[in-house]
Design a protein around this ligand. Structure first.
Ligand SMILES: *Cc1c(COP(=O)(O)O)cnc(C)c1O
Length: 293
C-alpha cells in the first residue's frame, strides 16, 4: 500500500467518435479508493514523520473519506476516530459506518452546529493527546493537493482535456498544479456536484493563482449534493451496462453525464484526447439502493 500505483487508462466504448480515456483510480483499492487514496498518501507520511499513531477526522455518514481513512489506518496499524455529522440514531443502519467500524474506527456523533467548528471539536477532545493528528474533512489540505498532482505524471503528455468531479475542489487544485508543473497545454474541466459550484474556483485559488486552464461546469449538480433526477439515474444505469464500469450518483455519475452532454453538443474537436478521472467512491451506491431497483 502507498507505493506508487499507476492505475490503468481504459477507453470508453460509448463514444466511438472521440478518444475518451478513463483514469481508473477507482481500481487502486476497493475501500481506500480513488482520490481519497491520493489525498491520504502524504497525510499518512506526515503521521509517520510526526510519530502520530491516531488519525482524527470528520465526515458525514456517507463519507468516502471516512471509509478510506478507517481502512488505511487499519492497514498501517494506526488508530482512527471520526467526528460524524448527525446523531447515532440517524446513522444506525448506515453501511459505510458499518465498514468503518469493522476497520476499527471510533465515532463521536456530533450535532450539525458543533460540527461546524472542527478545530474546537479536536481541541476539546484531543488537545492534550500527543499521538493524535488532525485530518480535515475529506482530507483537504496541502498534502492532499500534492498527492492529487501526481495523477498528472501518470497520464500521457498530449491530453487536451481532463475531467473531474469536485466536492471541495482539493482534487481539482492538485490536478491543475500537476498540469502547470509539467507545463502541459491540457485544459482542466471541473464538475461541481454541489449547487452554486462557483466557490470551487475560490478553493482552487487558495492553492494556485493561475486558473487560465480551468473550466468550471456548474450546471450539472442535479439539485445539489447527493441529489439526483430520473434522467441522471437512467444515464448511470445505461453507462454501467454499456461500459461494464461502476459509477456513482454523487460524484462520477454527474461528471460522466456532463462529459456525455458536452460530446453531444459538439463541444470538442474530433481528434481531441480526453481523460476522465474516475475518483472512485462506489460505496456511495449503497446509500441509494432504492433508486436503482
Ligand atoms: C470525495 C470525492 C470527490 C471530491 O473530491 P474533492 O477533492 O473534495 O473535490 C470526488 N469523487 C469522489 C468519488 C469522491 O469520493
Amino acid at each position: 500500500m502507498f507505493t506508487d500505483i499507476d492505475s490503468p487508462l481504459q477507453r470508453l466504448k460509448s463514444f466511438p467518435s472521440h478518444q475518451i480515456l478513463v483514469k481508473r483510480d477507482d481500481l487502486i483499492d476497493p475501500y481506500i479508493s480513488g482520490n481519497k487514496w491520493r489525498k491520504l498518501k502524504y497525510i499518512l507520511e506526515e503521521a509517520d514523520i510526526q510519530q502520530k499513531t491516531h488519525l482524527v477526522t470528520f465526515g458525514g455518514a456517507y463519507s468516502n473519506h471516512l471509509v478510506a481513512t478507517a481502512a488505511a489506518c487499519a492497514r498501517k496499524g494506526l488508530n482512527s476516530t471520526a467526528f460524524v455529522r448527525g446523531s447515532e440514531n440517524e446513522c444506525a443502519n448506515n453501511e459505510m459506518l458499518m465498514l468503518c467500524r469493522l476497520f476499527g474506527m471510533q465515532f463521536i456523533f456530533t450535532d450539525r452546529l458543533s460540527y461546524k467548528n472542527k478545530a474546537a471539536l479536536f481541541d476539546n477532545q484531543f488537545g492534550n493527546n500527543t499521538s493524535a493528528l488532525f485530518v480535515d474533512e475529506g482530507g483537504a489540505g496541502l498534502e492532499a493537493v500534492k498527492g492529487c498532482a501526481e495523477i498528472i505524471a501518470e497520464l500521457p503528455n498530449d491530453v487536451d482535456h481532463i475531467f473531474c468531479a469536485a466536492g471541495t475542489g482539493t482534487t481539482a487544485a492538485g490536478l491543475l498544479i500537476g498540469i502547470q508543473q509539467r507545463k502541459l497545454k491540457t485544459q482542466l474541466h471541473v464538475i461541481p456536484v454541489l449547487k452554486g459550484g462557483d466557490f470551487i474556483a475560490d478553493e482552487i485559488n487558495r492553492y494556485i493563482g493561475n486558473t487560465e486552464q480551468l473550466t468550471l461546469h456548474t450546471g450539472y449538480h442535479f439539485g445539489g449534493y447527493a441529489k439526483t433526477t430520473p434522467g441522471l439515474i437512467s444515464f448511470i444505469k445505461q453507462f454501467i451496462t454499456t461500459e461494464g464500469m461502476l459509477i456513482d450518483p454523487v460524484y462520477t455519475g454527474k461528471m460522466f453525464y456532463a462529459l456525455d452532454h458536452l460530446v453531444s453538443v459538439d463541444y470538442f474537436k474530433p481528434n481531441d484526447k480526453i481523460v476522465a478521472l474516475h475518483t472512485g467512491g462506489l460505496l456511495g451506491l449503497m446509500g441509494m439502493k432504492e433508486k436503482f431497483r
